[in-house]
Design a protein around this ligand. Structure first.
Ligand code: BG6
Length: 471
């Protein structure tokens, strides 16, 4: 058997894409809640839109999500039938601290997560919880300028401490920040950053990053003080950059792109800024302000490295004459050797094995694949969804993952992204479905919210049952 008997097969969702109930039980609004569906959404993601209020004439997908907030018992029961060993979700910061800077948490928010996590434990499902999955209370965005402000570190420490104390014994695996490198590419949804006129965006993004890294290391320490059994991971939007060709200039560009991505988890796993950052920051005109104690705090490194994998990426020194792929936020030159999904995202299972080997060689810490899946249009025929394309995608990726383990990579687990259909993060669509469970909801918000297991549900059930032997 390639996978150990404790291998954690699972599924993942996130609060902002699934819970809905955005204003229920004292929850405050977060950055995602002011991003409307449609074209304007893309502008906000680029940080070009400074309108950070909810408008009456827009539809906001996160406000209702798939109403996991009210359906969680039924959903977790389905996941238990699927046989998952671990469930990844996130906590909504503004459900616990509605404005972000209250002194005491909102008890109704705490109760919701306690109940939901206890429901998982009832079925022996382990929890993997992200503290911040593209999630900053709008109160922090408006009053503090979000992560550009050092004061936010203390607010995050208070929030994280509440989580570690209140959910102690329920949650074992924690991720501090989802896809931490996305702050560079989607600064508003990634970290609540809004830019002022004429400022150096890189300066703001990297200073904010420094605060995020210090906060991450600091809460890693707190988590261990509260319970030594807590396991803390960093989380990368993964996918190796291949050189477009063997022209040394392409190879160098790919190496630089890799560093731009891995810088974040280099710090989180090694505990200090790598030497290459000196020149990187100089080239970008960035000068990071650090306090004396920061170097010491950063030494609180993570226990494991987690990442999402949808596709590999491709880099060249001269992109002017080359087509560009859509992809998981980070754009890439189109790789002529791989196919793409309906949304133009590359499909490269071997890239998963390559990425696993790269990360393990670099850090020598256990890995956790916490997102992988296919966003596709599903059609219901006679009440069934025959998603053979999704099965094919997952099968190839699990095979590659198994090869990676066979190569010697230490892997804790694998969670299929969007195990239940949810709102797509980049576009706000429902029609970009990842789930093994269908949710009856359309892009405009209409639908009964009924859940229907797809063909892939039964397939994955057997994969888990056979511990990855039967694909
Ligand atoms: C990752 C995020 O970027 O990719 C998820 O962590 C997101 O939140 C996933 O949903 C897939 O992206 P999308 O845009 O297809 O939902």
């Amino acid at each position: 058997m390639v996978f150990g008997e404790n291998f954690l097969w699972g599924g993942a969702i996130a609060a902002n894409q699934a819970e809905g109930a955005y204003d229920k039980d004292n929850r405050g609004i977060s950055n995602i809640d002011v991003i409307p569906y449609g074209e304007r959404r893309m502008k906000v993601k680029l940080g070009l839109d400074s309108n950070i209020d909810i408008r009456d004439d827009e539809y906001y997908p996160s406000h209702t999500g798939i109403d996991f907030y009210h359906n969680y018992k039924e959903d977790i029961k389905l996941l238990a039938e699927l046989g998952i060993k671990v469930f990844r979700t996130s906590i909504s910061w503004s459900r616990l601290y509605p404005n972000g800077d209250e002194l005491e948490p909102n008890r109704l928010g705490v109760e919701f997560y306690k109940n939901m996590f206890s429901e998982c434990k009832k079925y022996d499902i382990e929890l993997l919880v992200t503290l911040s999955h593209f999630d900053v209370p709008i109160g922090i965005v408006k009053k503090y300028g979000s992560w550009r402000n050092r004061e936010v570190i203390a607010l995050f420490e208070r929030y994280a401490t509440t989580c570690f104390v209140e959910f102690d014994g329920l949650v074992k695996y924690w991720l501090t920040f989802n896809e931490i490198n996305i702050i560079l590419h989607s600064p508003f949804s990634g970290a609540g950053l809004v830019f002022r006129d004429n400022e150096n965006h890189n300066q703001v993004k990297y200073q904010a990053t420094h605060h995020v890294l210090v906060a991450s290391a600091s809460v890693t320490k707190i988590a261990k003080q509260i319970n030594v059994n807590n396991q803390i991971g960093c989380m990368l939007a993964g996918g190796r950059f291949y050189p477009y060709s063997c022209d040394p200039k392409d190879v160098w560009t790919a190496l630089e792109k890799e560093r731009e991505n891995l810088f974040f988890i280099d710090v989180q796993s090694r505990g200090y800024y790598p030497s290459y950052t000196k020149k990187m920051f100089r080239d970008k005109g960035v000068n990071i302000h650090m306090e004396d104690e920061d170097a010491e705090i950063l030494k609180n490194t993570v226990d494991f490295i987690s990442f999402s994998y949808y596709s590999s990426r491709c880099a060249t020194y001269d992109i002017s004459d080359k087509p560009v792929n859509d992809g998981n936020i980070i754009k890439s030159v189109k790789n002529p050797y791989i196919t793409v999904s309906e949304w133009g995202w590359g499909i490269d299972p071997l890239g998963l094995r390559i990425t696993m080997n790269e990360l393990y060689d670099r850090y020598q810490k256990p890995l956790f694949i916490v997102e992988n899946g296919l966003g596709a249009i599903d059609i219901i025929e006679n009440g069934m969804i025959n998603d053979d394309y999704r099965i094919a995608y997952l099968k190839e990726h699990i095979k590659a993952m198994s090869d990676g383990v066979d190569d010697g990579v230490e892997l804790i687990g694998y969670t299929v992204w969007g195990i239940i259909d949810l709102v797509a993060s980049s576009t706000g669509e429902m029609s970009k479905r990842y789930g093994l469970v269908y949710v009856d909801k359309e892009n405009d918000g209409t639908g009964s919210l009924k859940r229907i297991p797809k063909k892939s549900f039964e397939w994955y059930r057997n994969v888990i049952k056979s511990n990855g032997e039967i694909l």
